[in-house]
Write a protein that binds this ligand. Structure first.
Ligand code: UT7
Length: 328
């Protein structure tokens, strides 16, 4: 019996049309294009228009995937959505994506792992294919960060944007697809990157909303210190575990939080910039959306058999890396 692997057989991405540039942010908070560009690599980000929610982007991703693969949404068995900005606390974005996309025979759930959401979801989706349980699993990473960002806080509003993407996983018998994954979390980061109130620990009140504690808080310097080492470490670890030398890796697909973190990870892996997917300058940090958005943009450059490493670090802390062999 051959081993079944979970191969990506189609993908799609979506970013809203509205652009929020560094020049516009200069008018909103005390910042400069020069500071944002040199400290993060971001020039602009996309922001949804009123009424556009995570499930709208997710449904568009499902539509695009089905069109590219030539399948009906009714053939999808399961949809897993990495997100921290679902349309509502409940029901899940996955539930609404099924309804909006016509994935009538799928069940769905959301998975919360901040910026590592897509990698956690991809690792989870892989299990359902490898076990033989399902034939078509869609894994989505989407976040509408503008819905939880304080546009008077220069520590966060310059970083985040909206968007998302996703992949279709199908069984493969030739060894293509997800080969390995290392997923981590330690809970040590809760005080440094979180949406403090509005959850069960402290429900919303007039007072805490007045204090703006329902928005994202980030102690950027502390998060940066952890991100820069942990994302590089886990990427090096997955290479070592799978006997991959720098020359064996065709692409690094890193979470897009900060260009300096991306560069540190690539350096640690011995990769030059031309092997690294980077679109942070256009889309900023879309949390769970960054990695599928990169794959979407670079899809035409990926070749069958390419060794690809995905890596992320996010709130929690959560972090991880996935090694996969591109299947088409
Ligand atoms: O995606 C999930 C995980 N998140 C991350 O990985 C993000 C990690 N953190 C970062 O990317 C960076 O820490 C930031 C981009 C958020 C901040 O960059 P930094 O180089 O760590 O800046 P800093 O917070 O140390 O601030 C340096 C200086 C400070 O001024 P002083 O004290 O040196 O006078 C800040 O007040 O820059 C100031 N500053 C700003 N200046 C202009 C902070 N934010 C801004 C701003 N514009 N937006």
């Amino acid at each position: 019996m051959t081993t079944v692997t979970a191969a990506i057989t189609a993908l799609h991405g979506y970013v809203p049309e509205k652009v929020l540039s560094n020049a516009e942010l200069e008018k909103m908070v005390d910042t400069t294009d020069e500071w944002i560009t040199t400290r993060t690599g971001i020039k602009e980000r996309r922001i949804v228009s009123k009424g556009q929610a995570a499930s709208d982007i997710g449904a568009e991703v499902v539509r695009g995937i089905c069109e590219k693969r030539g399948i009906s949404p009714e053939e999808i068995d399961l949809i897993i959505v990495g997100t921290v900005t679902a349309d509502h606390r409940f029901p899940s974005a996955g539930n609404m994506i099924c309804a909006k996309s016509g994935a009538k025979n799928a069940w769905a759930f959301d998975l919360s792992a901040a910026c590592s959401g897509f990698l956690y979801a991809l690792t989870t989706g892989t299990q359902f294919i490898e076990s033989g349980r399902y034939k078509k699993v869609v894994v989505i990473g989407v976040d509408i960060m503008s819905s939880i960002i304080d546009y008077t806080d220069r520590a966060t509003c310059i970083i985040f944007g909206d968007g998302g993407g996703g992949v279709l996983l199908e069984p493969n018998h030739e060894g293509y697809g997800v080969k390995d994954s290392i997923m981590r979390n330690d809970g040590s980061g809760v005080d440094y990157l979180l949406q403090e109130v509005g959850g069960s620990a402290e429900p919303l009140t007039e007072d805490n909303i007045g204090d703006r504690r329902h928005f994202v808080f980030q102690d950027g310097k502390t998060v940066f210190k952890h991100a820069v080492t942990k994302m590089a470490d886990v990427s090096a670890e997955i290479m070592e575990k799978n006997n991959l030398e720098s020359d064996d890796v065709a692409w690094l697909v890193p979470h897009q939080a900060n260009l300096r973190i991306i560069d540190a990870t690539a350096n640690r892996m011995g990769l030059t910039r031309d092997k690294v997917m980077i679109n942070i300058e256009k889309f900023g940090n879309t949390t769970s959306g960054t990695i599928p958005l990169c794959l979407w943009e670079w899809e035409s450059q990926l070749k069958k058999g390419d060794n690809v490493v995905l890596a992320a670090f996010g709130g929690g802390f959560t972090w991880g890396a996935i090694y996969l062999k591109w299947a088409y």
